[in-house]
Design a protein around this ligand. Structure first.
Ligand code: FRU
Length: 481
């Protein structure tokens, strides 16, 4: 379906049951549905939202346009989990049904407040001249999923930003609630603003100022900023659109990046001694990562394994987008590690020794170790000729190369078909999660991560080792649905 802006903003109620049925029939025809990742039942999924702990369960929402692979009128879809691996959609969809979010319930966060979940989100509103008015809105959800949206915005567009002002993240620091919001200043440069809840009242927000994090000021917009704390160190995650590649090299249309600080000074407001900017993920897809500190202090993240402004092969089947596995963040020797939560092991079924030639259903976990000074090349989603997703590691040269040019249906080729990642010459472990059309590759249990999509041909279901002698274990996986 081709989506012009009329169709993208067509009221939900105008979509007939027949039209929805046709969309769902088309979705069902896709050969690329994942099994243990969150995907939309139809339409487009983008950012994770409202990742939180409430009422004894994990809650995770996501941005959703229900009627096709387009960025249209967005809702929040609600899911819950007991283990951060198995997520169930509750059936609750928070729709853009209020004058303060008439053109989309955009991204935001959540935090338990007494016996309710407070949602802090951007209401996207366009007036009759199609001028955008971003409102930072609040809503309360009770334990039964009933939602009350606040009648007044909590924060309106500041005088020193353009209409690009969105994605509030609420967080607790030293017993005080704060929020950061991404924006664009009047010089069209990306900024992040810090707010404070006055008297810790989450309905009363006061601006502290633009957060100082040694912003290089080359990006034009910071989407989805998140601040989480690991061992009391602030980790600032954000998506700097238009970032100059001399600041940090990246290949995807927009990067998802982070800085680690020595401390956080909310009064300045500043991240104290921020590190250099770094890529969160070296793969083809990772965006709008949302992080939060659980009540016990652990820091979890989940990412959109998709990118804005990119067409995907699943668009022909009227759906697009997936979420990553949930990862826990830890710091080791001052370095960030991101690795799936331990409960992901509950997906494992059979364990087989890794061998040079394996046939699969493209749903597995593969753990490999390679020794220092060695090389390895392995083809995932390989056909009989050995064409597929090629992963080459040369530890002496200190380089990993991932090449998807021979893997199924090409897309986003303007941004290159390979990705690289620097490697240390040492004994190295690799953990690969493959889920039909999603891969997540973790080096040394999360020291480096490469995530992405691949849309293999029907006969691309093998694994071939073409170089090196890695040892390892292959696990079949089952999500149990
Ligand atoms: C990032 C983003 C957010 C916005 C949302 C709208 O992907 O553009 O900045 O809130 O998506 O769906």
């Amino acid at each position: 379906m081709a989506f012009d802006s009329n169709l993208r903003y067509r009221p939900y109620a105008d979509w007939s049951a027949k039209e929805i049925e046709q969309i769902e029939e088309n979705v069902a025809k896709s050969p690329w549905h994942s099994t243990f990742h969150i995907e939309p039942k139809r339409g487009l999924l983008n950012d994770p939202n409202g990742f939180s702990y409430f009422n004894g369960q994990w809650h995770l929402f996501y941005q959703w346009f229900p009627f096709g692979a387009a960025h249209g009128l967005k809702s929040w879809v609600h899911t819950v989990s007991d283990d951060l691996v198995h997520f169930e959609a509750t059936g609750t969809v928070l729709e853009p049904d209020h004058p303060l979010d008439s053109h989309g319930m955009y991204s935001g966060s959540a935090m338990q407040m007494d016996d309710q979940l407070f949602l802090f989100y951007t209401g996207n509103v366009r007036d009759s001249d199609w001028i955008r008015h971003p409102y930072q809105n609040g809503a309360l959800m009770d334990k039964d999923g009933n939602l009350i949206k606040f009648d007044q915005p909590l924060i309106t567009q500041p005088a020193d930003t353009t209409d690009h002002f969105r994605d509030p993240q609420i967080f607790l620091y030293n017993g005080q609630y704060y929020a950061i919001i991404g924006g664009q200043d009047l010089e069209k440069k990306g900024i992040i603003k810090l707010y404070k809840a006055v008297d810790n009242d989450y309905t009363n927000w006061q601006e502290i100022g633009n957060l100082d994090f040694a912003n290089d000021r080359t990006a034009y917009m910071m989407e989805c900023p998140n601040l989480v704390f690991v061992d009391n160190k602030p980790i600032l995650l954000y998506c700097p659109q238009g970032l100059d590649k001399s600041v940090l090299d990246y290949d995807n249309i927009y990067p998802n990046t982070y800085k680690i600080g020595k401390g956080f000074d909310p009064e300045a407001p500043a991240i104290i001694e921020p590190s250099a900017l770094q890529n969160l993920d070296y793969g083809f897809e990772c965006y709008a990562t949302q992080g939060f500190n659980a009540p016990d202090g652990r820091a979890f993240t989940v990412s959109w394994l998709g990118l804005p402004d990119i067409a995907y092969p699943t668009d022909d089947f009227d759906y697009q987008g997936a979420l990553s596995l949930v990862k826990e963040l830890i710091l080791k020797d001052g370095k960030l590690y991101q690795y799936p939560v331990d409960a992901v092991k509950t997906l494992r079924q059979e364990a087989l020794p890794f061998s040079e030639k394996m046939e699969t259903d493209n749903v597995y976990e593969l753990e490999l170790t390679i020794s220092a000074n060695s090389q390895m090349e392995i083809i995932l989603c390989a056909d009989k000729e050995g064409n597929g997703l090629k992963l080459n590691i040369n530890l002496q040269d200190g380089l990993l190369t991932l090449d998807r040019s021979q893997a199924g249906t090409p897309y986003a080729t303007d941004f290159g078909q390979t990705r690289t990642c620097p490697m240390n010459n040492q004994d190295t472990t690799l953990t690969i999660f493959m889920d039909k059309s999603i891969f997540e590759i973790f080096i040394n249990k999360g020291e480096k991560v490469l995530s992405g999509r691949v849309f293999p041909n029907a006969d691309q279901t093998g694994i071939r080792l073409t170089q090196g002698q890695p040892e390892g274990t292959f696990y079949t996986l089952n999500y149990g649905r």
